[in-house]
Structures are given as C-alpha cells and as structure tokens.
Design a protein around this ligand. Structure first.
Ligand code: SAM
Length: 222
C-alpha cells in the first residue's frame, strides 16, 4: 500500500516546527524528498489547468523546488513563489539563482493569515499547505482567492483529504495522528468542507484528480 506523503514542513511564522528537508551543502537550498516524487505528476495536472493562465502566485512554496520545476516546464507563466518562513524564502532564492529562469520571480514573504502583498495573478497554487496549518488558513485562503482571482481564475490545491468523513487509505489515518501530535490544529481536511468554504467565496469546484500516494489535486475556478 502506498504510504502518504510525509510533511516536509518548514519553520513557518505560525509554527517553528522541525525542519525535515535536507540542507544542500554550501548553499541555502533545501531539498525535499517528497518534491522529487510528486513534481512530475503535479506538473501533468498543472499543464492542463494553467494552459490559459498567465500569472501564478504560489503560496507556501517551501524549498522552492516546485517553483523552479513548474516555471521551467511552463514558460508561458510568470511564476511568483512565496512563503511565510524566512528560511524557505532563502532556499527559494537560492534555487532560483541557480535556475536563472526569466519567468521565475524573486520570492516574496506572504503569510496567508497576515495582510497579503498586492500581487496580480490569475492563478493561485498551494501544495501541501492546508493540512499542515490551522483550518483558519484554509478559510483565509478561500476568502483571498475569491477576492483576488479574476473571472475564470484558478485555485489549485494538492494534498491528502478525507472524503465523506473517511480517510482515503488506512495509512492516511496514521499520517493524521502524526500531524496532530505535532500540532492539534493541523489535520487531513474533509474535501466537502473545503468545497463548502470555496463556494462561500464564489469559487466553483472544477475538478478533483486522484494522485499517487493517496493525494488529490483539487481545482477551483472563480
Ligand atoms: C509541508 S511544507 C510544503 C512546501 C511545498 N509547497 C511542498 O509541497 O514541498 C508547508 C509550507 O507551508 C508554509 N506555511 C505554513 N503556514 C503558512 C502560512 N500561514 N502562510 C504561508 N505559508 C505557510 C511553511 O512555511 C512551509 O513552507
């Protein structure tokens, strides 16, 4: 049975939890083993979902490896990475410097729970954020997505979910126990509750794509 993706969480403004990513020698770069496993399957989904979009604001970019990978393979997009964690911002900046991609912008500090910087975007991407943060991060994310995205703008979420109150695999149940032992406010979210929160903010469910290791891609449109 596939094991769930472990949270390679970085210290955030909200929680200074342990750093699981591997520091790359002689640089500020972090390397997440999970990113190496999931970046191509996520890219396959994003290729379709972001085909008509131009400006992406990525939240919780973490190490920055996703940002480099997606910006390189989707050159029609201007990719704006961000994170709440200063350590993550250093890592993203370092990966960006090495990649030297003209469509990958310098990372900006953005805590979903604080005032957002003025960034024009027609797509928001949040990978492995909503289960490794309190529920109010999901609520605020939906509120901001509803306000900031133009008509047909896209919100893309990736991570594990419950459906109909049930975990998608027994291994995800253990994963949630582990998450909650680190922070009781974290947890695998109910897909239905996430959809409800989105609909309250003028976002419509576009598609749900089953991903490897019991994760989902969940796409909303404004
Ligand atoms: C598990 S990591 C995911 C990183 C990356 N998206 C990935 O999948 O590898 C969670 C990230 O969420 C960020 N984060 C946590 N709370 C946040 C918040 N309130 N606003 C923005 N980022 C936050 C952390 O700093 C961390 O980089």
């Amino acid at each position: 049975m596939a094991t769930p993706e472990l949270p390679d969480d970085l210290p955030s403004a909200a929680s200074q939890s342990s750093l699981k990513d591997v520091e790359v020698a002689h640089s500020q770069r972090l390397a997440s083993p999970a990113v190496a496993r999931n970046r191509d399957v996520i890219l396959d989904v994003l290729r379709g979902v972001l085909a008509q979009r131009r400006q992406v604001l990525e939240l919780a970019s973490g190490s920055g490896e996703h940002a480099v990978h997606f910006a390189r393979d989707l050159p029609h997009l201007a990719w704006q990475p961000s994170d709440a964690s200063p350590r993550a911002l250093e890592s993203i900046a370092d990966w960006r410097a090495e990649a030297a991609l003209t469509n990958l912008k310098a990372p900006i500090p953005l805590d979903v729970l604080s005032e957002w910087p003025e960034v024009t975007c027609d797509a928001l991407v949040a990978i492995n954020l909503i289960h490794i943060s309190p529920w109010r991060v999901t609520s605020e994310l939906m509120l901001q997505a509803g306000r900031r995205l133009p008509k047909d703008g896209v919100l893309y979420l990736y991570g594990p979910y419950k459906r109909g109150g049930q975990h998608m695999a027994p291994s995800n149940e253990g994963f949630e126990v582990q998450l909650k032992s680190r922070n009781p406010l974290w947890g695998v979210r109910d897909l239905e509750a996430v959809i409800e929160e989105a609909e309250r903010n003028s976002l419509t469910l576009d598609r749900v794509v089953e991903m490897p290791a019991n994760n989902l891609s969940v796409v909303f449109r404004r």
